[in-house]
Ligand binder design. Structure first.
Ligand code: BTN
Length: 265
């Protein structure tokens, strides 16, 4: 039996009216699904093609970090979005992908009767109970006609039962109590793509401001002390442009457009 059943995925895709995932390129091993998708931007690959891998040998995270996961433990995928508009309009897209992950996770929790909630940790992580369940890596490249191609990369911990000491704040669906009936990659992928295509199409027509209220309700950093670069403050939400708002000790509110957030204990 193969690790990813294309027939089963296609059945779920059609039953749920999902248009992305036509096709899904399922790989037992690759360097990185983002590499596969970025390379496809040079060809005529269409929006909605998805690469999914059982194992990555050079998985990437943000800021040059590695994304390491034992083979078969993690949902690792990249979806391609062609010609979505100019790069400056893509700000906030990782938050929108985060909301799609949250949609999927909420559905899985509801199916399993689990009363837990997933939150978005600005700008690209999904947290449950203070631990990282998923990370998002968005990469872009221009094609030969000068049009933008965007790769939406997701790593969602699924089967992992324990993480190395270097990742004390990581969790997986399994560790959160999700039973195996909801953990099939075909089911998870179809559910994620269903949420993703809705969220992304709304983002492309209306921008990030349409999601801010929801993001502020699900903000993992609200009330937390954090440091971003040389700014330290308390998370007080996100502004209309999806920027992180920090209130500094002097009572000033600072809007942050990019950077790595360090949670202070
Ligand atoms: C992060 O937490 O910094 C983002 C991690 C993103 C990992 C996913 S796994 C699938 C895709 N391919 C990669 O090389 N990275 C992303």
């Amino acid at each position: 039996m193969t690790w990813f059943d294309q027939t089963e995925f296609e059945r779920l895709r059609l039953a749920q009216g999902v248009t992305w995932g036509r096709p899904v390129r399922a790989l037992s091993q690759t360097t990185s699904t983002n590499d596969e998708a970025l390379a496809a931007i040079a060809s005529d690959a269409l929006s909605g093609i998805v690469w999914i891998a059982r194992e990555q040998t050079q998985g990437r995270g943000r800021r040059g970090n590695h994304w390491v996961a034992p083979a078969g433990d993690c949902l690792m995928l990249s979806a391609l979005l062609r010609h979505p508009g100019p790069p400056e309009r893509m700000l906030g897209l990782s938050l929108v992908v985060g909301l799609a992950v949250r949609d999927l996770v909420s559905e899985v929790f509801a199916e399993q009767g689990i009363e837990k909630d997933a939150c978005i940790k600005w700008p690209n992580d999904v947290y449950v109970e203070g631990k990282k369940l998923a990370g998002i890596l968005i990469e872009t490249r221009f094609d030969k006609s000068g049009q933008l191609g965007v790769v939406l990369g997701l790593g969602l911990n699924v089967h992992t039962l324990s993480f190395p000491n270097s990742l004390p704040d990581a969790t997986s669906l399994r560790m959160l109590g999700v039973g195996s009936s909801s953990l099939g990659y075909e089911t998870l992928l179809a559910g994620f793509l269903r949420a993703l295509e809705k969220r992304v199409s709304r983002f492309l027509t209306g921008g990030i401001s349409r999601f801010i209220e929801e993001l502020n309700e699900r903000d993992a950093l609200r009330g937390k002390s954090v440091r971003v670069g040389d700014i330290t403050g308390q998370g007080v939400g996100m502004d209309e442009g999806g920027r992180l708002l920090l209130e500094t000790e002097g009572g000033k509110t600072v809007a942050i457009e990019t950077g790595h957030v360090e949670l202070l204990r």
